[in-house]
Every structure is written in C-alpha cells, then in structure tokens.
Design a protein around this ligand. Structure first.
Ligand code: NDP
Ligand code: ZN
Length: 355
C-alpha cells in the first residue's frame, strides 16, 4: 500500500510526523490533497486537553482547501484536478438526523465531525472525504486557497454562533472571546443586523480585528468582571444575546447573568475540560426567565460552504485579517500547530500553503 507523510497525535500531549497508508476511496467519496491547511484551537483541545481521550497516530486537522486526486464511481460533480473547499464537518446526508436538520449529529452525537475525531484528519499528504457530492464545494473563481481554508471551520462556526443566537436587527450582542471563531461570530452578528456588539478579549491584534468586523465596544476580561463591565457600558441593562467563543465553563454563568429575559446564550466553544456547567438560579429567572442556552457544532456540507463562500466572493466578508502567520512547507504544520497551542500575542490564525 502506498504511504504518505502526515502530522498526527501520537498520544496524549504528543504530536509528530508519521508515515501512514494513503486512504482508500469509496464509491461516493473523494481523495484530496491539501493546498492550504490551518491548525485549530480544537486540535489543541484534542491533543493537550485530552478532550477526546487518548488517540494514537490519529492524523490531526480539519481545516484545508484541497485538490481532488481521485473520486469514487458514484460521484457526480467532482473530478480529479478540481480545487475544493472542504468543511470541517462532513455529515452522512442520508441519516435521519440529517433529515431533521441536525446533520452534525448524523447517527449519533457529533458524528458529523469525522476529521481528526472518528477518522484521520486533513494534515496528511492525502485525505479522505466521505460523500464528496454532499460535502465538497468547488473553489469559486478568484478565491485564494488560504482564504478558502477559513471556510472550513472559522467562518461557519462563528456564523453558527450568530445563527444560534438568532441575532436580529438592532440587537445588543456580547461575543465572549475574539479569537478567529469569536471574530467570525462578530462578523456574522453584524451581517445579521446587530446594532451594538460588545467584544470580549485582550490581545491587541484580535481587538483590532474585532473593530474591523464591526464590534462597537471592546471589553477586556483582564480588567475585571465582564458582566459588570458590559452591564455598565450598556446603561445598566442586560444584552439581547450572548455568544460564547472563548473562556471556560464560567462563561455560561456570565452569559446568563448578562442576558435579558427571553435572551439567548449561544455557545460555540469546544469545552475541553470540566464536568458540569453552572447556571445561576436567580439570574435564570428562578427557572422561569425564558433564557435559552444552546450550544452547537458548526454545520458542514456543500450548501453551507457555497453560501458562505458567496459572502466572500461578493465582498461582504473579508477573512484576510484572520491570517496572521504564514508557512510554506508541509512539515511546517507542526510549528503552526504549536503556535496555535501557545497563542503568542500577535497570533490570530496560522496558515500553511502547500499547493
Ligand atoms: P482562541 O483561543 O484563539 O480565542 C479565545 C478567545 O477567548 C480569545 O479572544 C481570548 O482572549 C478569550 N478568552 C480567554 N479567556 C477568557 C475569559 N476568561 N473570559 C473571556 N474571554 C476569554 O480560540 P478560537 O477562536 O480559535 O476558538 C474558540 C473556541 O471555538 C475553541 O474552544 C475552539 O475549540 C472552538 N471551536 C468550536 C467549533 C464548533 O463547531 N462549535 C469549531 C471550531 C472551534 P485573549 O485575547 O486574551 O486571547
Ligand atoms: Zn477547527
């Protein structure tokens, strides 16, 4: 069997380059080679917070733009040589859950998340995509392969946060965490018509990017309690919606404390550690406040990629400010991943361009 190089989780807290068999293509599937790749904070949770338990030689990564090198006999719309956007989440579209608009949970909780979870991820010289027609999208003319990588996960996750929060015209929205995911939640909220957006973070690059994406107020969590800071800035009133995209389990409590009756606390954070989330009884209206708490994995699939890509093609969303660190060799995926772990002050997102 042909072998390839890949960046893998070797075990808890350990990553390294390995050799592994090139994946085999099923009749509805595709084999792709990455053109550009980006490590994610989720890879960090997986390796260094042990969020998925011990995994040996699991190829990491779920963010890539790619070129198709092989397709199965039943694939209709893709052929070798096509350049594609690859969503981090690649559901089984025939599942009942998918027919219930919960494709992220096809055949069970989070099962639409296949890359670097229930099968190898995209940080190999080749990777496998299930149900190519339903999960890949053609790279639009003129879209840079680096920008396209942000469509794998950062854009759909951040926008999912804004969708789950049901952000509407004129609303006040607090986005807790302005790493790349939170920044896209700011952008998604603004596109949905938010009136005022409080963005919570501290790193100067992220603060500047949050302003670029339309945050009206910056709140630094290092300067004191964010609930107090946001309520004070909002004239003592709670906000309409809260999106959790950073921080830990305590942000749920904070979210409930800062949202109005009937408001929504929408979580897109991947909770890598801890057992329980606390909901403050009094601020939750003694259980009767109509405050909804919801958390969701980004929706994958072709349609979502095509629609989000249109926002970029027609100038409504610019992902370039997210890309702060660039690499050019396949092996550089390792330092890029370590950057994501260490989060230097000037980092938003690294990208490794190999195509
Ligand atoms: P980053 O680590 O880049 O950003 C985290 C943000 O949270 C930063 O702005 C950070 O501020 C801020 N923060 C840290 N601590 C606190 C605190 N105590 N209170 C408030 N804010 C705080 O993460 P990403 O943007 O890359 O990812 C965000 C989350 O989304 C991760 O958990 C990731 O795994 C998850 N994710 C979820 C997906 C989904 O489908 N739901 C998909 C992809 C990712 P500072 O400026 O100080 O760094
Ligand atoms: Zn990710």
């Amino acid at each position: 069997m042909a072998k390839m190089k890949a960046m893998a989780m070797l075990g808890l807290d350990k990553i390294g380059m390995i050799e592994k068999e090139v994946p085999v293509c099923g009749p509805m599937d595709a084999i792709c080679r990455p053109l550009a790749m980006s490590p994610c904070t989720s890879d960090v949770h997986t390796v260094w917070e042990h969020a998925l338990g011990d995994r040996q030689n699991l190829i990491l990564g779920h963010e890539a733009s790619a070129e198709v090198v092989e397709v199965g006999s039943l694939v209709k719309d893709f052929k070798p040589g096509d350049k594609v956007i690859v969503p981090a989440i690649t559901p089984d579209w025939e599942a009942v859950e998918s027919q219930m608009d919960l494709s992220q949970h096809c055949y069970g909780m989070l099962n639409g998340w296949k890359f670097s979870n229930i099968k190898d991820g995209v940080f190999g010289e080749f990777f496998h995509v299930n149900q190519a027609d339903g999960n890949l999208a053609h790279l639009p003319a003129g879209m840079d392969i680096e920008d396209a990588v942000m469509l794998s996960d950062m854009v759909p996750t951040g926008f999912h946060g804004a969708n789950l929060a049901e952000v509407a015209y004129g609303e006040t929205v607090a986005v807790i965490g302005i790493g790349p995911v939170g920044l896209m939640a700011v952008a998604g909220s603004v596109l949905r018509g938010a009136g005022r957006v409080f963005a919570v973070g501290s790193r100067p690059n992220c603060v500047e990017a949050a302003k670029f994406y339309g945050a009206t107020d910056i709140i630094n969590y290092k300067n004191g309690d964010i609930v107090e800071q946001i309520l004070a800035a909002n004239g003592g009133k709670p906000v309409d919606k809260v999106i959790l995209a950073g921080g830990g389990l305590e942000t749920f409590e904070q979210g409930v404390k800062m949202v109005r009756p009937g408001g929504i606390v929408s979580n897109i954070n991947y909770l890598g550690t801890g057992d329980y989330i606390k909901i403050p009884r009094v601020e939750w209206g003694l259980g009767m406040g109509h405050i909804r708490i919801i958390g969701g994995l980004m929706p994958g699939g072709r349609k979502n990629m095509e629609y989000l890509a249109r926002l970029m093609t027609y100038g409504r969303l610019d992902v370039k400010p997210l890309l702060t660190h660039r690499f050019e060799n396949f092996e550089d995926i390792e330092p890029a991943l370590l950057l994501m772990k260490d989060k230097p002050a000037d980092l938003i997102k690294p990208v490794v361009r190999v195509g």
